[in-house]
Design a protein around this ligand. Structure first.
Ligand SMILES: C[S@@+](CC[C@H](N)C(=O)[O-])C[C@H]1O[C@@H](n2cnc3c(N)ncnc32)[C@H](O)[C@@H]1O
Length: 264
């Protein structure tokens, strides 16, 4: 069974008895999506928690939003790809975990690894904790707060893998530092640490800016590709590692070539 099918079955099982949201909850979700559309899906830091409290802040709203026809294929595709890159026996940090829909599955798949998720929407985190308890997932710690601030619960541990799926690069306040990773994360990373990332970017030059910023923090690009999903969209997925050679390609040229091969 492919990882995508396995992940779909996992979420279908977790969500099977969840009720539809009420009309007022759907209004709040629509309102938040409208706001998100006005800011290209990238709300400033002081709005993020409220937006995601509305979109995924209780079980019904979360399942409704995740099941959205644009969102579900993206969750499955990126979650399955990341899962295939993870390793047993590692200490793994996920940035912007939302309801931990990915993390719960990854933690089940890698029981000898320990996972930590950080999420700024407290209500989404409540849903995450509800599902964590329901599934009795023990190798997962969920932290509430801003990923830009040091979290001593995880900073004192050595991180082997840092996952960023559609989170850090969505923070417009970070443009001033080219979306560099927060220093506390860099300081907590092991000598062999790697970053696994799935991004949403408005143009390929932005992807190059972000990869260059992370290169300047001591990580070499070891893998990059454009992954098409069922909705007709495509997202760059990549891996950066502290050890090893950088593949040293022209990011913009490569992504333009992959766009033309995949989408014509
Ligand atoms: C687009 S969702 C991605 C969720 C999940 N990583 C996935 O791939 O499905 C972005 C998540 O990052 C969270 N987030 C955004 N900025 C954050 C910050 N500064 N600190 C912690 N979480 C943040 C949002 O609340 C939201 O839940």
């Amino acid at each position: 069974m492919s990882l995508s099918v396995e992940f779909t079955n996992f979420l279908d099982g977790l969500w099977k008895d969840v009720n539809e949201p009420t009309d007022s909850e759907i209004d709040a979700i629509d309102h938040s999506y409208y706001f998100m559309a006005q800011v290209n899906g990238k709300p400033a830091l002081n709005y993020v928690a409220e937006i995601y409290d509305n979109i995924t802040g209780d079980e019904s709203s979360a399942v409704f939003s995740h099941r959205n026809q644009m969102m579900f294929p993206r969750i499955i595709d990126s979650g399955a790809w990341v899962c295939g890159q993870l390793e047993a026996g590692k200490n793994i940090l996920d940035l912007g975990s939302n309801t931990a829909h990915n993390l719960l599955w990854w933690a089940k798949k890698y029981p000898s690894s320990t996972f930590t998720g950080i999420e700024i929407s407290e209500k989404s985190l409540e849903v995450a904790n509800l599902w964590k308890d329901r599934l009795s997932v023990e190798n997962l710690k969920l932290l509430s707060g801003n990923m830009l601030n040091k979290h001593s619960e995880v900073a004192d541990e050595k991180l082997d893998i840092i996952i960023n799926c559609f989170a850090l690069e969505t923070i417009p306040d970070l443009e001033i530092v080219n979306w560099k990773l927060p220093n506390w994360i860099i300081e907590s990373a092991t000598e062999n640490a790697k970053i696994i990332a799935c991004l949403t970017v408005p143009y390929w030059g932005r992807l190059e800016t972000i990869i260059d910023a992370w290169r300047s923090q001591g990580f070499a690009l070891s893998f990059l590709d454009l992954f098409p999903i069922d909705t007709g969209a495509g997202h760059p997925y990549f891996i950066m590692e502290r050890q090893g050679e950088d593949i040293d390609i022209d990011i913009v040229e490569f992504m333009e070539m992959r766009t033309s091969v995949l989408f014509g």
